[in-house]
Design a protein around this ligand. Structure first.
Ligand SMILES: *Cc1c(COP(=O)(O)O)cnc(C)c1O
Length: 528
């Protein structure tokens, strides 16, 4: 392996105030400074030995890809690079991850063991159906649990995330309306909704209109009723909503929507708060996605796979996507275009059958908890969130605490912070204390919102440690401690320009010329 010609060079670390020991490497004991891949590897080296290609003529008609300047690394270089980066990261296996609306609960290791069984882990989506009967049974059983837990008519298993499930549910609703010759144009969405709700409706070709919230943080039923009419196709409601509150009028909302000839979509991302206690089917819902990666503990974050099955009412079930698993004799079959007959399905959302690894994990979770255990999940999640709410409300403004207990997440505003200090500063201060911050500035209906979702898998001790840190940083924000604006002081990186990073990702960095004649940014696939 060639030596690395371009890469690593010592750096002087940014030294936090009060810490004057510099290291020549930039490392701080076991916390290792790590350059970019582009600075370690070199474009003229390769981590694998491949014989040079012969002189076979190209058949790509000039479409072959030119150089993309990807750096080559040896295997140990690559392994160390990602291991070092992973040590600068934070995850649910390290500590409390109170990101509201995301349900970052512990991922039980039993689920991992089951998902890794070769009969599940190694199946191929194009295998003959008679060789994957166990996998199909697993999908069917999981679907059956979801139907029973939600009290709905049927389930579409293939959507791969919550937002994908929203798309599936809304496409079913659209197909149902079109089938009765009643294409409508508008979808109503409460102003506290997750951004994916209006995005999904717009993607399906609907015009999105907001429904206001009332003082108690719930959907304003009168405003909703006043807006219903023959142009409204559907209402998308999150229950429990993104303020962490149950919508007690849900049945009245569904009845009003149905009377007006429209259908009800429920964003079920917050199902963790009510699983085993409330069946959405009893509330008149027509379609609802379930994030297996939230409520049913399959790992998520960092772009890992999710799974967003959608439970459906009888009215919209016929329009569900292909393929699906169906019992046949004493086995299972896959219903695809060839054997669907003259189905009303709106079509296909994914190439294959959904996320097998998530299905096995979610089913293992359900079977290990049992029906009573799942009910306790909801109760403990709600208990933990209320514990945080009551332990913080003397220090932080809790805008809906007057309307009773919260569900699975506690919401606070930045009211009462000293001039010049913000929710962002508080969140960065929590990083210095070793905690991942809560969700910030969402939902939009609360000023400087902080949405804390501890989940049921935190112990009382774990919650107390988090609350001690949260209270300390909240006090600093109230008292106007200006050093909070410098936070995080101890993280491997300080405050990054996240907007610039998202808007202008640099995907092929070039080492800047020492004379300053080029920056790292102007590379072929980057911005800058
Ligand atoms: C997480 C979430 C979604 C989107 O789910 P993804 O799996 O991230 O696509 C939608 N709505 C709410 C309320 C959520 O919390």
């Amino acid at each position: 392996m060639a030596n690395n010609p371009s890469g690593w060079a010592p750096k002087s670390p940014e030294v936090a105030e009060g810490h004057d020991v510099e290291t020549v490497t930039g490392n701080r004991a076991l916390m290792l400074e790590e350059p970019l891949l582009f600075e370690i590897g070199a474009t003229d080296q390769c981590g694998v030995d491949i014989d040079p290609a012969g002189n076979a003529p190209t058949r790509l008609g000039g479409l072959e890809r030119g150089s993309v300047d990807l750096p080559g690394l040896s295997e140990p270089q690559a392994v160390r690079h990602y291991t070092r980066l992973s040590r600068q990261n934070y995850g649910i296996d390290l500590g409390v991850f109170p990101l509201g609306s995301c349900t970052m609960k512990h991922n039980p290791r039993l689920n991992e063991k089951v998902a890794r069984l070769p009969g599940f882990a190694d199946v191929h989506p194009l295998q003959p159906v008679d060789t994957v009967q166990g996998a199909l049974e697993c999908i069917e059983k999981l679907g059956d649990w979801l139907i029973k837990l939600t009290g709905m008519h049927s389930v579409a298993m293939s959507p791969k995330a919550g937002a994908h499930g929203e798309l599936c549910g809304l496409l079913c609703i659209r197909a149902a309306l079109e089938a009765r010759g009643d294409a409508r144009k508008v979808v109503l969405v409460p102003e506290s909704a997750h951004g994916t709700n209006p995005a999904t409706a717009a993607f399906c070709g609907y015009r999105v209109e907001n429904i206001p919230a009332n003082d108690a943080g719930r959907v304003d039923l009168d405003a909703l009723k006043a807006r219903l009419g023959p142009d409204v196709a559907a209402v998308m409601i999150t229950n429990p909503n993104t303020c962490g509150l149950f919508e007690p009028d849900m049945k009245a909302i569904s009845d009003a929507v149905h009377t007006a000839g429209a259908l009800v979509y429920c964003d079920g991302a917050n199902f963790n708060a009510i699983v085993g206690r409330v069946r959405p089917g009893d509330l008149g819902i027509d379609a609802m996605h379930i994030n297996l990666h939230k409520t049913f503990s399959t790992p998520h974050g960092g772009g890992g796979p999710g799974a967003g099955p959608v439970v459906l009412s009888e009215a919209v079930a016929p329009y569900a996507p292909l393929p699906y698993v169906r019992k046949s004799g004493d086995g299972y079959e896959l219903v695809e275009e060839e054997n669907a007959g003259d189905s009303d399905s709106f079509g296909r959302m994914v190439a294959f059958h959904g996320q097998m690894g998530m299905f096995t994990r979610a089913l293992a979770y359900m079977l290990s908890h049992g029906a009573d255990g799942l009910k306790q999940v909801a109760e403990d999640a709600v208990l933990n969130a209320n514990y945080v709410l009551r332990r913080m409300e003397d220090l932080l403004d809790a805008p809906y605490a007057h309307s009773g207990p919260c569900m699975h997440e506690a919401i606070f505003s930045d009211r009462g912070f000293a001039e010049g200090l913000s929710t962002l500063d508080l969140a960065k201060g929590l990083i210095d204390e070793g905690f991942h911050p809560m969700t910030m500035y969402f939902p939009l209906v609360v000023h400087g919102a902080m949405l804390v979702e501890p989940t049921e898998t935190e112990s009382r001790d774990g919650l107390d440690q988090f609350i001690t840190a949260f209270r300390h940083v909240a006090k600093r924000a109230r008292e106007g401690d200006e050093t909070l604006k410098q936070a995080p002081l101890y993280a491997p990186r300080r405050r990054l320009d996240e907007t610039l990073a998202a808007r202008q990702p640099v995907l092929a960095y070039k080492t800047p010329a020492p004379d300053g004649s080029s920056t790292g940014l102007g590379a072929k696939y980057g911005g800058g």
